[in-house]
Design a protein around this ligand. Structure first.
Ligand SMILES: N[C@@H](CCC(=O)N[C@@H](CS)C(=O)NCC(=O)O)C(=O)O
Length: 516
C-alpha cells in the first residue's frame, strides 16, 4: 500500500521523498485534496505534526515530519539502497552533504528569496549577507564538483536529491545565469540532476530565472486558513511564481467609494513656477545634445523657492562589494520612493569600475526640506547622508548637472550604472508578465509615466487596449494605436496634482487584431 505524503505537489521539500521513492521503487503518493493553509491547520494534521508544516509522511508505524527525515525513511525502506552509499564513510559523507545543503544552501537561498516574495521583512544589508554566505557555500561546492560528478561516489545518492531540491528555488527565482556562471561545476551538476528521469518525473521542466524576482511591495500579512480553495501554498512554498494578475475589472478596493485623502502638506505650498512634469518630460525626451537642451532647460525651469536639491551619499559604501546586489539595493530604494513620485525627481549613480562601489545621488524635492512623509515611510532615507545643494556655489551646481546627465567619468571614475527616478519601471514588468500569460504579447518599446500623462510606443500594427489604474481609485481605459499618449483627466474631488498612476496594462485588442 502506498505511503501517503501530505503536501502540495510543488513543494520542494516534499519532492525530496518523492524523488527518493522513484529511485528506490517505493510507493509514495501525495495526499488527495491537500490544501495548503487549510489541511495543515486541521486538528488531524496537527496531531501528525504539531507545528502544522508540510511535508508529513503517514507510515504504518505513525507519522513523520521534517522532509529530510522523511526522505531518509523512504530510502531505508530498501535494504542496501545505493542511495545511502556502500560504506560507513559513504554514509557519513552523505549525511555531511545533507547538512551542508540544509544549513549553507537552503538557509541562504531562503534568506535571499523569502523577503523578496514578501514572506519576511526585506532589509538590503540582510540580503547582502545572505548572498555572501550563499556565494561562499557555492564556491566550496563548485570546488568539490570540479572533480566529482556527484557529491559522494560515482552515482546519485540521497545527498544529491536533497541538494538539488534545495538549489531548485534558487535557480528558479533568484540565481540568474550571470550569478551562477561563477560556479560552472554547480551549474553542470544542477542541470544534470534536474534532467535525471526520476527527478524530472517529480519536479517537471525547470527554467533558470532570467531576472532576480522583484521585491514584493510589503510583507504579506499572515494568512488565515482560507475558506475557499487555496490554489497555492501560501507560505515558504516556492514554486514558479504566477505572474501578477492585474484585475480586469475594478477590484473591491478600487470599487469602494473613494474617500477624499487628506492633502499632502506639499500641495499646500505656494504655487511654484517650476512644473515638475515639464521637467520630467524634458529629461525623458531629450535624446541628443543633453547638456544644451535638458541641463540648460533644467536650470531655466528650476525654482529655488518652490524646490530644493539634495546630494545623497550611501553611508555604507564599503559594503557594496557585489555589483548586482548594489544595483538591486538602489533599485529597491527607487521603488520605495514611489510614494514621492509627484514631488520628486532623482538620479542615483553607482560609481566605480570595481568594488566597493559608491552609491551617490541627486534629488529634487518639492519644498525646502526633504519631505517628512518620505523620511517617515521610506526606510532607505536613513541609509544615506543628505546634504542640501548650495546653488550659489558653481562647483555644486556643476555637480548637479553632471549627475543629471550621467557624466562619465564622474569625479574621475567610471559609472557602473545610473538610475533615474522618473517613471515606474516596475510597471513595465507587470505588463509583460500579464500579456505573456494571456498569450497576447504587446512588446512595449518605450513608456513614460508622469503623474497624469502616460506615453508609450509598442511594436504591433494593430490597436491595443490600455487600462490605466490610478490612485485615487479610478481606471481609465482606452483603445489606441502606437504611439500613444493618454492624459488622465482630473476628476472631482481631486485635482490633477493628486493623481498618480499605479499600473498600466497594455493588451492586444481582439476586436481590431485581424482588421489591421
Ligand atoms: N524543515 C522543514 C521545513 C518545513 C516548512 O517550512 N514547510 C513550509 C512549506 S515548504 C510550511 O509548511 N509552511 C507553513 C507554515 O509555516 O505555516 C522541512 O524540511 O520539512
Amino acid at each position: 500500500m502506498a505511503l501517503v505524503l501530505h503536501a502540495g505537489k510543488t513543494n520542494k521539500n516534499a519532492h525530496k521523498a518523492l524523488i527518493a521513492a522513484e529511485y528506490s521503487g517505493v510507493d509514495v503518493k501525495l495526499a488527495e485534496n491537500f490544501e495548503m493553509g487549510v489541511t495543515n491547520k486541521t486538528p488531524e494534521f496537527l496531531k501528525m505534526n504539531p507545528i502544522g508544516k508540510v511535508p508529513v509522511l503517514e507510515t504504518p508505524d505513525g507519522p513523520i515530519f521534517e522532509s529530510n527525515a522523511i526522505a531518509r525513511y523512504v530510502t531505508r525502506l530498501v535494504a542496501d539502497n545505493p542511495l545511502y552509499g556502500s560504506s560507513l564513510i559513504d554514509y557519513a559523507h552523505i549525511e555531511q552533504w545533507m547538512d551542508f545543503a540544509a544549513t549553507e544552501i537552503d538557509a541562504s537561498i531562503s534568506r535571499w528569496l523569502y523577503p523578496r516574495l514578501g514572506f519576511q521583512l526585506y532589509l538590503p544589508p540582510a540580503e547582502e549577507a545572505a548572498i555572501s554566505a550563499l556565494k561562499r557555500a557555492l564556491g566550496a561546492l563548485n570546488l568539490h564538483l570540479a572533480s566529482n560528478t556527484y557529491l559522494v561516489g560515482h552515482s546519485v545518492t540521497l545527498a544529491d536529491i536533497i541538494l538539488t531540491c534545495n538549489l531548485y528555488p534558487g535557480f528558479a527565482h533568484i540565481m540568474t545565469k550571470s550569478f551562477t556562471s561563477e560556479f560552472p561545476h554547480v551549474e553542470r551538476y544542477f542541470w544534470t540532476m534536474i534532467n535525471q528521469p526520476n527527478v524530472k518525473k517529480v519536479v517537471g521542466e525547470v527554467k533558470q530565472a532570467e531576472v532576480v524576482v522583484p521585491i514584493a511591495k510589503k510583507p504579506s500579512p499572515p494568512k488565515e486558513p482560507a475558506k475557499t480553495k487555496a490554489k497555492e501554498e501560501p507560505k515558504k512554498e516556492v514554486k514558479e511564481k504566477e505572474p501578477a494578475k492585474p484585475k480586469a475589472e475594478p477590484a473591491a478596493d478600487e470599487e469602494e467609494a473613494p474617500k477624499p485623502k487628506p492633502k499632502n502638506p506639499l500641495d499646500l505650498l505656494p504655487p511654484s513656477k517650476m512644473i515638475l512634469d515639464d521637467w520630467k518630460r524634458l529629461y525623458s525626451n531629450t535624446k541628443t545634445n543633453f547638456r544644451e537642451v535638458a541641463i540648460k532647460g533644467f536650470w531655466e525651469m528650476y525654482d529655488p523657492e518652490g524646490y530644493s536639491l539634495w546630494f545623497c551619499n550611501y553611508k555604507y559604501n564599503n559594503e557594496n562589494t557585489v555589483s548586482f546586489v548594489t544595483l538591486n539595493k538602489v533599485g529597491g530604494f527607487l521603488q520605495r520612493m514611489d510614494l514621492a513620485r509627484k514631488y520628486a525627481f532623482g538620479k542615483m549613480l553607482v560609481i566605480g569600475s570595481e568594488p566597493p562601489y559608491k552609491v551617490q545621488g541627486l534629488w529634487l524635492f518639492r519644498g525646502q526640506e526633504i519631505p517628512q512623509f518620505v523620511i517617515d515611510e521610506c526606510y532607505d532615507m536613513e541609509l544615506y547622508e543628505w546634504t542640501k545643494v548650495d546653488i550659489s556655489d558653481e562647483a555644486q551646481k556643476e555637480r548637479v548637472s553632471q549627475m543629471i546627465e550621467d557624466c562619465e567619468p564622474f569625479e574621475g571614475e567610471a559609472l557602473l550604472d545610473a538610475k533615474c527616478f522618473n517613471y515606474d519601471e516596475q510597471n513595465l514588468q507587470t505588463i509583460y508578465q500579464h500579456c505573456v500569460e494571456e498569450g497576447q504579447i504587446v512588446m512595449v518599446e518605450w513608456m513614460n509615466i508622469l503623474s497624469t500623462d502616460v506615453w508609450f510606443w509598442y511594436n504591433r500594427r494593430s490597436h491595443v487596449d490600455a487600462s490605466i489604474f490610478v490612485r485615487p481609485p479610478m481606471i481609465i481605459r482606452k483603445r489606441c494605436r502606437s504611439p500613444s499618449r493618454i492624459i488622465i483627466p482630473a476628476t472631482e474631488p481631486w485635482d490633477a496634482a493628486a493623481i498618480s498612476v499605479v499600473s498600466v496594462i497594455i493588451m492586444a485588442s481582439n476586436a481590431y487584431d485581424t482588421a489591421t
